[in-house]
Design a protein. Structure first.
Lengths: 400, 413, 314
């Protein structure tokens, strides 16, 4: 056991000595995290929405005004061509086209139409469209309610023939402010409660994406972790080690331990930056956090070990590591939330330990998870790490 | 000139015999594009899994007059129209529903309180009731969808109540009793179809004048474009790194003992990088067309974008190796730089990012501009539409080359 | 006619405190001769070759190859030299033929002429059968032959070989040495560096002994060996009465000198082959038996030891 530790220390020493690479392995993810956090840490942006008002009437203007006071969208007035182009160029999340006759239809109690222009595949578009629907719905509701009130009142009353429309319209006009007031303060409203946030944090964009970036970078460092091993195999020192008292499993364990420590230190740095600079509250449950960190390093180091054990050249290692780490990151939900993917993808993703680790990390920060909650993730990670380690030992080549 | 080509040809042949390099340059982007395309439901639009909703209808209700309001809301949630969007399961009480979210089984719990019907159908103008949406905060989209659906349902109730209030305001001597009038108005509102019938919002993609008619960009196309540019960085790096490898192995110094000048030798290496990565792009573009049916757009725009992308990748790769000493260093540092550029430039998120801060930040990367260019050509744009998307990355490429050449010449002169 | 003239060549890495690899080295190489630079590891041999190949700029002095200065006319020098580096400098993932074709191009050959020349070289290095195999699959000796072949493609006037036989089997070494001799016979001038005395002795017309960046001595083998004096050295031990035996041996014809060192006699003689039988006779006549006898011809190792106080193979 001690020999394995000595080997691990030697590996770490070699890593540290290549100062340029070492600094990069640490600095790059840090710089990126800082950069991203500064950009997105302060809550979400309002989505830009281009509005073309072809009607210009009061109702249309009121709708636009309502959008302007929204804290979900940020409105700019454009011509139709510009609005369409803005969406096309991804400068606006969505465009709202208010047709001529909107106001007239509205006050006449006719069905009104609006057109929302979006590009496919944009989550911003969905949110913007939803907000537009909500505000337009309120406006329409006011009109319809006022109209319904007028019609209800006039139904039993007698009216001069032919004067119906005018009379009802006039009454609707009167009823409108009342209806508006009721709708402004509805009796039934939605109350959103984020699970776990009594103890956890409001999930801003950065808080949710920070764990994903962590997993991404640690997986990516598979690239460098295994290179040293391959170099050793090539220059014969690995084989030479086997002529000493060191046993095969000790050698491999030592290698794995070195990789484990390296990724663990990386995690500490990244998590530290997240916690200290951006208030991502990882330390809410330090034990659970430790469990997740250990899990992630275990998985990363055994995977790195397996790749280095099996592949022949640095090139093959770099190529395979990049592909594997990117696929794993994508499948685990590090780049985009798994909830926006299809069910098959989610299923496959959750076969991977990293998906569980990500869920665990996000849970700690946002939902107040404790150790009991992350135990499944821990278990899955250990199982994977054990399997990868066994494979690595079995396939470990000492020489070319 | 022939010597430059001879060097480039040698390196290209070497790459063609190098299985790991080929895997990285060709297999990886295609495989990842396929994987991510599969993630998002394939060539068409985005295909999201249905949001799992746990409902608990605690509404005591006024069953005598018909369904309870709570049942109406629950019914809307479970309606066939929303089948692919929401997957509803009924829970016995609020705690059970919340537990389902806490356990991760459902994304949202919709809890309709006991007094729901009482308030909504009641006449008190001040009474308030709240439908609680207990959400898993890591599932933002599901939460947003549920909020939207429930919100719209509640809007209908509020509309009916507004109609009732309006009628009461209009009521005068001789009209039916207040309660009756209010109910009539509410029913009038509801029977007319409410907001759902009164408002039609249609959604479509942008329509641009002339022949720029927006084609739907296939998801896989956007993803492959991002992957292609990213892996072109690596493809270029592989060849550029041979400058360091060959320096160590002795073949580069040996080249310097031949009558071939330094300029030609280094120029040959630069050409190697550029030719290799251009070929890589061409193969990927063709493969994208044949395997995924991606329509990249007009030929002139595509050719220019490809060449500029190759220039950026080459210049960047050469810059990285000019700043590092050993091949291992170049590999590690290069990988880090490319990853960061790709994350910031949006290579992994396709063109789904809109405006805002991200859009600004993207502009600091050459690949961000290139991706915008690809998006435009895939939507049918031509050379004129991507002028900036060509010029800015070209500027980056020139700068990269300039500094790389300076440093490399100093090292080997 | 001297085709290579080296004058006070100096090279210091990382001045002002760096290693002084060449410290005012001067020598000439006549056209058509094999000149060896002999010296231990670190003597400056590879630095000398690198400077004469125009890979390194000298810190001082100059050298002329076929009339061109390595400092000012590097391009012209490169046209007339062929360099065989110490480490195999070939592309392992390319075949022998592909390597030769590529390097031929770099030397300015092309078209049919290139193809023909490559064929000739393959014949010369006897690798015609394996020309399509990748170099990475070759044995060490085969790689070295290709390594040499590359340098000959453009028919250089002077060939530099930097320790070409390090670490290879005796057969390959033999064939390389024979090849070099054959090239010399065809008129090529060869600069050869080595730390193997036997090779320097066998191959060279003239030898330059270097140590610590300085040229210690130059000349033919015979001229150099004279430095340690003429005559072979014979050491002998007898079973008894050494002093007496030494006295008798002084009388033997052909023995120039006899010294006594501890328990052995050291004799100097011009012709050991003639003298040895007489020594045995004398011992027999005296009733003594020679228990151990060694003959050492004067060699470059002894020269080096004599001149530097250190062994050549340190």
């Amino acid at each position: 056991m001690k020999l394995a530790w000595i080997l691990a220390r030697k590996d770490l020493l070699q890593t540290v000595r290549d100062k340029l690479s070492f600094i990069f392995i640490l600095l790059m993810p840090l710089a990126f995290t800082l950069f991203f956090g500064l950009l997105f840490g302060g809550g979400s942006d309002r989505l830009p929405v281009a509005v073309h008002d072809a009607d210009g009437g009061v109702a249309a203007q009121q709708l636009v005004a309502a959008l302007q006071t929204s804290d979900v969208v940020k409105v700019t007035a454009e011509s139709q061509a510009d609005a369409e182009k803005a969406v096309d160029d991804n400068k606006a999340a969505a465009a709202l086209l208010i047709p001529r006759g909107y106001g007239a239809d509205l006050t006449a109690g006719e069905k009104v139409s609006l057109t929302v222009v979006v590009t496919e595949g944009s989550s911003g578009a969905a949110t913007a469209a939803s907000e537009i629907r909500s505000l337009a719905g309120e406006q329409v509701a006011v009109e319809l309610a006022a109209r319904a009130a007028a019609e209800a009142v006039w139904a039993p009353r007698s009216m001069p023939a032919g004067a119906e429309q005018g009379v009802i319209a006039q009454s609707a006009e009167q009823a409108r402010p009342v209806a508006a007031q009721v709708l402004a303060q509805p009796a039934a409203a939605v109350k959103v409660v984020q699970a776990g946030t009594a103890a956890g944090q409001v999930p801003t964009g950065f808080v949710l994406s920070s764990p994903g970036m962590l997993v991404n970078f640690i997986m990516f460092s598979l690239v460098t972790a295994g290179v040293a091993l391959i170099v050793e195999r090539r220059n014969g020192t690995l084989q030479r080690l086997m002529t000493t008292r060191v046993r095969r499993w000790e050698l491999i364990a030592g290698k794995a331990a070195g990789m484990f420590l390296l990724t663990f230190v990386q995690q500490m740095l990244l998590l530290g930056v997240g916690q200290l600079f951006f208030g991502v509250d990882y330390l809410r449950d330090p034990v659970a956090l430790l469990a997740m960190m250990v899990s992630l390093s275990l998985v990363a180091s055994t995977l790195g070990l397996l790749l280095a054990a099996v592949l022949k050249s640095e090139q093959a290692l770099v190529a395979t590591s990049v592909i594997v780490s990117m696929s794993v990151s994508a499948l685990s939900g590090a780049w985009f939330p798994l909830e926006i993917t299809g069910p098959a993808f989610q299923f496959v993703g959750h076969l991977l330990p990293t998906a569980w680790i990500l869920d665990g990390l996000r849970g700690i920060v946002v939902r107040g998870f404790d150790v009991a909650d992350v135990l499944p993730a821990l278990g899955v990670s250990f199982a994977w790490a054990a399997g990868l380690f066994v494979l690595a030992v079995w396939r470990f080549r000492l020489s070319d | 000139m022939t010597k430059i080509l001879a060097i480039a040809w040698k390196d290209l042949r070497s790459t063609a015999r190098n299985a790991p390099a080929l895997a990285m340059m060709l297999l990886a982007p295609l495989a990842l594009a396929a994987l991510l395309g599969f993630a998002f439901g394939g060539g068409g639009g985005f295909d999201i899994a249905a949001t799992k909703v746990a409902t608990a209808n605690m509404d005591q209700g006024r069953t005598a007059a018909g369904e309870s309001a709570g049942a109406v809301v629950a019914g809307i949630l479970g309606s066939p129209d929303l089948k692919g969007v929401l997957e509803v399961s009924k829970k016995s009480d609020a705690d059970a529903a919340r537990a389902a979210v806490d356990d991760g089984k459902d994304a949202v719990a919709v809890i309709i309180p006991a007094d729901f019907s009482e308030v909504v159908y009641g006449s008190s103008p001040l009474a308030k009731t709240r439908v609680e949406l207990y959400e898993n905060p890591t599932q933002e989209i599901g939460g947003a969808i549920a909020e939207s659906v429930v919100g719209q349902a509640l809007l209908e109730f509020s509309g009916a109540r507004a109609a009732a209030a309006g009628a009461l305001a209009l009521r005068s001597q001789g009209d039916p009793p207040a309660a009756v009038l209010a109910k009539t108005a509410a029913q009038q509102f509801t029977h007319a179809g409410g907001v759902t019938a009164g408002l039609d919002i249609s959604q479509r993609t942008p329509q641009l004048p002339g022949d720029q008619n927006a084609k739907d960009v296939s998801v896989t196309g956007a993803i492959l474009a991002g992957m292609m540019v990213f892996f072109m960085f690596f493809g270029a790096a592989n060849v550029a790194r041979t400058i360091l490898d060959e320096d160590r192995a002795g073949t580069l110094p040996r080249l310097f003992t031949t009558p071939t000048s330094y300029g030609v030798i280094l120029g040959g290496k630069f050409a190697s990088v550029f030719v290799t990565v251009t070929l890589q792009a061409v193969i990927l573009l063709v493969a994208g067309r044949l395997i995924f049916g991606i329509d990249w757009g007009r030929l002139d725009a595509v050719v220019l974008l490809t060449l500029v992308a190759a220039g950026v990748a080459s210049g960047l790769a050469l810059l990285v190796i000019s700043l590092t000493r050993t091949p291992a260093q170049a590999g590690a540092i290069g990988a880090g730089v490319y990853l960061v550029l790709a994350l910031v430039g949006g290579n992994f998120t396709g063109t789904a990012q809109t405006g805002g801060t991200f859009g600004i930040v993207q502009k600091f990367t050459p690949n961000g501009w290139l991706l915008q260019g690809w998006d435009t050509t895939m939507r049918g744009g031509g050379f004129g539409d991507i002028r900036w998307q060509l010029l800015v990355p070209l500027g980056f490429a020139v700068a990269f080359f300039f500094f790389a050449v300076l440093r490399i010449r100093r090292r080997f002169a | 006619m001297n085709i290579v003239e080296v004058q006070e060549l100096r090279k210091q890495y990382d001045p002002p405190k760096g290693v002084l690899a060449l410290d005012g080295v001067s020598f000439d190489i006549a056209e058509g001769e094999i000149f060896s630079l002999l010296g231990p590891n670190g003597a400056g041999k590879s630095t000398a070759i690198s400077t004469l190949s125009c890979l390194l700029r000298p810190s001082g002095g100059d050298a002329r190859v076929a009339g061109h200065s390595v400092v000012r006319e590097a391009q012209a020098v490169k046209e007339v030299i062929g360099v065989v580096p110490q480490d195999i400098a070939l592309y392992p993932d390319m075949s022998a033929r592909e390597n030769l074709v590529f390097w031929g191009r770099m030397y300015g050959l092309s078209g049919d002429a290139l193809g023909k020349r490559v064929d000739e070289i393959l014949e010369l290095i006897t690798l015609v059968d394996r020309q399509k195999d990748r170099v990475e699959k070759f044995s060490g000796g085969m790689k070295r032959r290709v390594n040499i072949g590359v340098a000959l493609l453009h028919r250089p006037k002077v060939l530099y070989l930097d320790e070409p036989t390090v670490g290879i089997d005796p057969q390959s070494r033999r064939s390389i040495l024979d090849g070099i001799l054959a090239l010399r016979d065809q008129g090529m001038t060869i600069l050869y560096t080595t730390h193997y005395m036997a090779e320097a002795q066998e191959l060279s017309d003239r030898i330059g002994i270097v140590d610590h960046g300085k040229m210690i001595a130059t000349g033919t083998h015979e001229e150099l060996v004279k430095v340690v004096g003429e005559g072979a050295r014979v050491t002998a031990r007898v079973d008894h009465y050494l002093e007496g035996m030494a006295e008798r041996w002084r009388e033997v014809k052909g023995v120039e000198k006899v010294d006594l060192e501890e328990d052995e006699a050291v004799l100097l003689t011009e012709d050991p082959n003639e003298v040895l039988p007489r020594l045995f006779e004398a011992a027999a006549a005296a009733g003594a038996r020679i228990t151990e006898i060694n003959v050492t011809e004067p060699n470059l190792e002894m020269v080096f030891l004599h001149l530097t106080g250190r062994a050549l193979r340190e």
